[in-house]
Design a binder for this molecule. Structure first.
Ligand SMILES: C[S@@+](CC[C@H](N)C(=O)[O-])C[C@H]1O[C@@H](n2cnc3c(N)ncnc32)[C@H](O)[C@@H]1O
Length: 193
């Protein structure tokens, strides 16, 4: 298994994101439009900063992440559950979740296609997927990609249209749109039978 840099960066991860203003949770949660009766899965949820911001707006939220050090920093709250595991084998049954979040994580997952298939499996029909990724078409995104390759791992960045096609062909049609100076967001909905 390759070295897990997130184990090293876990203590500085949240402050770093705050200072750089990367992937702020407010705009993402507004877009996700979560409801108080919903069960949410945060794939690659890391330190749980999105889950913490979602408390009170969702029924429950599961942070799924393979990195123990990131998960251990996760918030303690009765509606937040921390589960150690990877996106290519999500440890939940079919149609468990009303919505899935995957913020700044998909490019770290080897074989994104398997992760997308797993998201489709655990999502309820009509359920939403909200993915946020770096847009590496612009110079800021390219810089971020270089930074990640140097300091984290061999991230595999996916262009907005490619991500849209990947989810669409898996049964979660949706659209990608620019979200910020650095990121784009994909918003999809699982087709109903
Ligand atoms: C940049 S962090 C993003 C954390 C969180 N989503 C956020 O926005 O703060 C990327 C996360 O993806 C996780 N990750 C790496 N490989 C993964 C996999 N195969 N399945 C799920 N998560 C994974 C890492 O452990 C890390 O916590």
């Amino acid at each position: 298994m390759p070295w897990d840099w997130f184990s090293v960066y876990a203590p500085i991860y949240d402050p770093f994101l705050k200072i750089t203003r990367i992937a702020p949770s407010e705009a993402l949660l507004a877009l996700a439009d979560l409801r108080t009766h919903e069960r949410i899965l945060d794939v690659g949820g890391g330190t749980g900063r999105i889950a913490a911001a979602a408390v009170g707006t969702v029924g429950e939220i599961v942070i799924l992440d393979p990195c123990r050090a990131m998960l251990e920093r996760g918030p303690r709250h009765p509606t937040i559950h921390r589960v150690r595991g990877g996106a290519r084998q999500i440890p939940f049954g079919e149609a468990t979740f009303d919505a899935i979040l995957c913020v700044d994580a998909l490019h770290h997952i080897k074989e994104a296609q398997s992760a997308v298939a797993e998201m489709h499996r655990v999502l309820k029909p009509g359920g939403r997927v909200i993915v946020q990724e770096f847009d590496v078409r612009g110079w800021r995104g390219k810089l971020a990609a270089i930074f990640e390759h140097l300091f984290i791992d061999h991230s595999r960045f996916i262009a907005p249209e490619t991500l849209q096609d990947l989810f669409g062909s898996t049964g979660i049609p949706g659209t990608s749109r620019r979200h910020s100076w650095l990121e784009y967001t994909f918003l999809g909905r699982k087709a109903e039978p």
